[in-house]
Design a protein around this ligand. Sequence first.
Ligand code: PLP
Length: 366
Amino acid sequence: MNGKLILNQLSQYQPGKQIEDVKKEYNLSHIVKLASNENPFGYSSKVEEQLMGMKHSFNVYPDGYTTNLRASLAKKLHVMDNQLIFGSGSDEIVQMLCRAYLYPGVNTIMATPTFPQYRHNALVEGAVVTEIPTVNGYHDLEAMLHAIDSETKIIWLCSPNNPTGSIIPKDALYDFLNRCPKHVLVVLDEAYYEYIDQELDPEAINLITKHPNLIVLRTFSKAYGLAGLRVGYGVSNENTISNLNVVRGPFNTTSLTQQAAIIALEDQEFIQNSIKKNKEIKQDLQHYLDELGWNYYDSQTNFLLISTPISGDDTFQYLLERGFIVRSGEGLGCPNTIRLTIGSEDDMEQIKTLLGKLHKETSKEI
Ligand SMILES: *Cc1c(COP(=O)(O)O)cnc(C)c1O
C-alpha cells in the first residue's frame, strides 16, 4: 500500500549525532553537545525535588484537558483557559496547525532559512509552500505580505528565527499584523521567547485580542530545560484553539510532563539565572569572534549562527573530532556557517580555543 505521494519526496528528521556513538567513533572520553539549543544549565532543581515527593498514578490516563498546567499558565499570561492549547512540544502544535488548516490547493508562506518543521508538515498536508529568503537573517516581511493570495492559509513567523537568531523588530511586527489579511492565520513561533531582551519583546500575547488571526507558540524545551519531557503551548483566539482541539490527540501530554511544567513555571529564578548567564557567555563569545574577524548573525537566543572560513560540514567535523557536536549550517540552508548553542562557561572557553586554532590553520593556507 502506498501513502500520500509526497511521502516519497520527504524524509524523516535527521537527529543530531548521539553522544555515545561519537565517543566510540573518535575515542573521546568527553563530548559536549551544542547542537539543539538545549539549556546547558539543566532545569529547575525544584522539578525533581517535588516530583519525587508526589504520588504518581502512571496506570491512569493523563488529564486530557491539562487543567492544572492550563490554570497556572493562564494566570501567568493573563489569558483565558480556552485561549491555550498544549502539545507534545510546540512541534506537535505545528503539526496540528498544518493538519487543521492546510490541504491540497492552498498555500502557506514562511521565511528561508527557518524552522524546518513548518515546511515539512505543510508538504505532508499537500499544501504549496512559498519560501521568502531572509535578509541578513531577518524576515523580509514586505515580501512575505506581497506573497499572500486568496488561497494563503498560514504565514509562519519565527521570532527569534531559528537558525539565524534574529528577532522581528516590534514595530515591524505590529505593522505586519495590521496589514496582513484576516483570512491568513499568522503563526508567531517564540520558542526562544525567554531569551529576548526586554526592550525588544513585542508582548505578542497582548496582541491576540486585537488580531484574532494570530497564534503565539512557546515551549518548555529551551530556557525551561525540559526538552526531554515534550511540552509546548499555543496562545490564540478561542475559535482557533477550538479548531486545533479537533485535530489534537486526546492525551497528547503526559501526566508527569504536566506536573513538571507547573513546577518549572514557578521557579522564575532559575529562568532569570539561565538568561543572565546565557547573555554574558554569548557576549564573551561574540567579542572573541570579533577578534578573529569572524561574522555572526544578530541573536536574541541561546545560539549563534557563525560564518566559518571553511564549509559548515568541515567545521562541524573539525569540532566533532575534538569533542564538540554543533550543527553544520549546510543542511540548514546556510552555507559556510555553523549553528552553535551557547553552552556553559567552561564549554565555551574550550570552543573558543578550538575556533582560534581553526582560524590559525585556515589563515595559513591562504
Ligand atoms: C526548538 C524549537 C521548537 C520546538 O520545540 P519543542 O521541543 O517541540 O517544543 C519550535 N520552534 C523553534 C523555532 C525551535 O527552535
